[in-house]
Design a protein around this ligand. Structure first.
Ligand SMILES: C[S@@+](CC[C@H](N)C(=O)[O-])C[C@H]1O[C@@H](n2cnc3c(N)ncnc32)[C@H](O)[C@@H]1O
Length: 216
């Protein structure tokens, strides 16, 4: 998205305002904006507050939108193996537009598997490829944290299909098995999809420890 597309998002909605900031940054394909937005709004309908931890965050836009949608989260941690100048440019432009985000979004260069989360965290991850989604889930569960993942790049040779591939396609079998494993670990599971036109990898899996009351 580039400055030339700013006029496409001329409305007064939060989405349009974020889209204009993303256009101004000129660092992202539109798909990533729509994915992050559609995931964040569904997650925020269910999970408020907590430290947002955007794992395998890439551009880190999801962390920003999560705070914009719910200011009761004091901070966000965006984690990836490395970051480039584009990541920081996008963040700078968003924070300039919403100064209340200043010093609340932190970047950490780390592998997901090396992180320790806390029960107050909400682990979010969009398109952590293949088994990396499982690592995100395991990292959240080992801390008793809430989680929301939009899996992609399912590898049916190494993923756990739970014996379900006789009934449903391999990638769906992997996601259903992920949900079942979360239930077995005492998590409540919430499933949603984001529009397929944005991405065919559109299954959103959210889960929280059973003790947290589901308010909707
Ligand atoms: C497909 S991209 C998704 C990026 C972003 N979440 C998005 O929605 O566009 C996958 C990201 O995972 C990161 N990654 C791969 N292995 C990782 C690991 N072990 N720990 C942390 N990040 C990792 C990559 O650097 C890359 O940014």
């Amino acid at each position: 998205m580039t400055e030339k597309q700013i006029a496409v998002f001329s409305g007064n909605t939060l989405f349009d305002k974020i889209a204009r900031a993303v256009c101004r940054a000129g660092t992202l394909p539109g798909k990533e904006l729509f994915e992050a937005w559609e995931v964040a709004r569904r997650v925020r309908r269910k999970y408020r507050g907590g430290r947002v931890v955007d794992l395998a965050c890439g551009h880190g836009l999801l962390a920003h939108i999560m705070l914009l949608l719910d200011d009761s989260s004091a901070e966000a941690l965006a984690v990836d193996l490395d970051f480039n100048e584009n990541t920081h440019r996008l963040s700078r432009i968003i924070v300039d537009r919403w100064p209340r985000l200043e010093n609340r979004i932190h970047y950490l260069t780390s592998r997901v598997e090396d992180l320790d989360l806390t029960p107050d965290d909400i682990a979010v991850s969009v398109h952590a490829c293949g088994r990396l989604t499982d690592t995100v889930i395991e990292t959240a569960v080992s801390a008793g944290a809430r989680l929301a993942v939009l899996p992609c790049c399912h590898d049916t040779k190494v993923g756990d299909l739970g014996g379900l591939d006789g009934w449903v396609d391999g990638p769906l079998a992997i996601d259903v098995t992920r949900a079942a494993r979360l239930r077995a670990k005492g998590y409540c599971v919430i499933t949603r999809t984001i529009p397929e036109e944005i991405t065919p990898k559109n299954r959103l899996l959210m889960a929280h420890p059973e003790l947290i009351v589901d308010t909707e």
